[in-house]
Write a protein that binds this ligand. Structure first.
Ligand code: FNR
Length: 193
């Protein structure tokens, strides 16, 4: 069957530019033949990680829901804002909760990191910071990343990137990532035979 990709916009904001970037990536993945599950962090409401809460009640529903969506995909794309040159607390908190599950859902999954920001750097420092917990958990973070600068004016009305060069670069990154996932998933299937 087709590859299943979870594409997650990692901001809670209704007008999130990262949600818009996630939608565009989802469209590009569908065009390339993948089966896409598009989501935002708004769907996975969860409290701040608290060891006492975990001991008493286990994982909150939002974390369990995110775990389930991760388990159902072959790979995921995270579109995350950059806060103070690092990972937004919402994103780190979700990673911390989900990382408590066994088997650990982030392990061995391929991931592509993208970001959108009103700045001219496009939130790229946040993505470098995001690699640390994900790689620690064994996620195969794709070497290339994509950051959209001036994101508040970066989209056309139909959700494409205003800059044709950036649009092309995003499509190349997304399709190269998908090819890698496809080759790897096929290889693993051959090994299991
Ligand atoms: C920001 N923002 C920001 N942007 C950036 O490029 N580098 C940064 O270090 C920060 N730091 C930062 C800290 C905090 C606390 C906030 C609230 C915001 C701006 C951020 O990129 C902007 O709000 C984006 O629009 C957030 O992404 P969404 O919500 O549009 O997806």
């Amino acid at each position: 069957g087709p590859l299943r990709l979870l594409v997650l916009g990692a901001s809670l904001r209704t007008g999130s530019t990262n949600a818009r970037l996630a939608s565009l990536v989802a469209r590009m993945l569908s065009d390339a033949g993948a089966q896409v599950d598009l989501a935002t962090m708004r769907e996975f409401d969860m409290p701040l990680y608290d060891g006492d809460m975990e001991t008493a009640h286990g994982l909150p529903d939002g974390a369990l829901a995110l775990r389930e969506r991760l388990e159902r995909c072959d790979a995921f794309v995270l579109s995350s804002p950059e806060y103070n040159a690092s990972v937004p607390g919402v994103v780190k908190n979700a990673i911390d909760w989900v990382s408590r599950v066994r088997p650990q859902p982030f392990k061995s999954k391929h991931a592509l990191l993208v970001s959108a920001s009103p700045s001219l750097v496009g939130g790229n420092r946040g993505l470098w910071a995001l690699r640390v917990p994900l790689e620690h958990l064994g996620t195969r973070v794709y070497p290339d990343m994509f950051s959209l600068p001036a994101a508040h004016k970066g989209f056309t009305e139909d959700g494409q990137l205003s800059d044709a060069g950036l649009q092309e670069r995003l499509r190349e990154t997304v399709t190269a990532f998908l090819s890698l996932v496809e080759a790897d998933v096929r290889y693993v299937c051959l090994q299991r035979r």
